[in-house]
Ligand binder design. Structure first.
Ligand SMILES: NC(=O)c1ccc[n+]([C@@H]2O[C@H](COP(=O)([O-])OP(=O)(O)OC[C@H]3O[C@@H](n4cnc5c(N)ncnc54)[C@H](O)[C@@H]3O)[C@@H](O)[C@H]2O)c1
Length: 259
């Protein structure tokens, strides 16, 4: 018996490190998966690697409302329902102090990380309300709960995800639809390599030194691995969390305990 037997999960950012890892875990737990991303080549590769009949992939840009409507419709057409929505697509954007940030970059990061999350909620929640059940996990970050020097667009976009999460939780509690956010520490993968490079340019030191300093800021002394995060996503996706809504789940190796 899997913890998600009979459930349908929709995952955005599905071609990325965390999306892929969560898709694999959910499949192993018995779910059917709709994997959404803008990167169709990576989506194809993952579908081949996972090699399951229980997965469909959908090319979509989370910032485009007709694309969002399309990924929701495709999922319902294929699997009839959406029980779990992992609202997870995101980018880090350019790195630099506020006075060095371009408006274009600020708008781009907000558009993917915040507007993309909003549009996903806007079109998935009516399906869950009709079903009178569902669970949403929005991906924020530790940077959605604290200031993060040189990452103002990212930090602002991820704070906004908390506001969306709490509001959606209140609006949908009466329908038995739960909405929570997760707040990962740095995770091993592409995104942190970009952060390390960007911060090393700003700080005029080596990427390896940036990585060492970031690692030192995590009490458990290491970056998260995607599995560390997806296990918490599974808890929020499963019935084990059936009285949890509107909450912010840190998965951060103790970082939150320092403030
Ligand atoms: N990696 C970390 O250290 C870390 C830490 C905290 C939070 N997060 C958050 O976790 C989430 C997943 O990140 P990840 O680590 O898997 O990064 P990743 O870069 O591997 O994956 C992100 C995915 O989002 C997709 N994407 C970007 N723009 C899109 C768009 N407009 N439409 C559709 N898809 C789009 C990308 O193609 C990519 O596949 C993000 O929201 C990120 O902000 C990551």
């Amino acid at each position: 018996m899997g913890r998600l037997d009979g459930k349908v999960a929709l995952i955005t950012g599905g071609a990325g490190g965390l999306g892929r890892q969560t898709a694999e875990l959910f499949l192993n737990e018995g779910a059917k998966i709709a994997l959404v991303d803008i990167d169709v080549l990576k989506l194809d590769k993952i579908r081949n690697e996972l090699g399951s009949e229980n997965i469909i992939t959908i090319e979509a840009d989370v910032t485009n409302e007709s694309n969002v409507r399309y990924y929701v419709e495709q999922t319902v057409n294929e699997f009839d329902q959406i029980d779990i929505f992992f609202n997870n697509a995101g980018i880090i954007g350019e790195i630099g102090s506020i006075d060095e940030q371009s408006l274009g970059n600020f708008n781009k990061v907000l558009s993917i990380n915040t507007t993309g999350a909003f549009l996903g909620l806007k079109h998935v929640l009516p399906v869950m309300k009709r079903q009178q059940q569902g669970t949403v996990i929005n991906t924020s970050s530790v940077d959605g709960l604290r200031g993060s020097p040189n990452l103002s667009p990212y930090s602002a976009s991820k704070h906004a995800v908390v506001g969306l999460t709490k509001t959606a939780a209140l609006e949908n509690a009466a329908y038995n639809v739960r909405v929570n956010s997760i707040h990962p520490a740095p995770v091993t993968g592409n995104m942190m390599e970009t952060v390390e490079k960007g911060l090393s340019a700003v700080q005029e030191n080596e990427s390896s030194e940036v990585k060492e300093a970031l690692t030192d800021s995590i009490p458990m002394g290491r970056y998260a691995e995607s599995e560390d995060i997806s296990k918490v996503v599974l808890f929020l996706a499963s019935d084990d969390s059936d009285f949890v809504t509107g909450s912010q789940y840190r998965v951060d190796g103790g970082m939150g305990a320092t403030s």
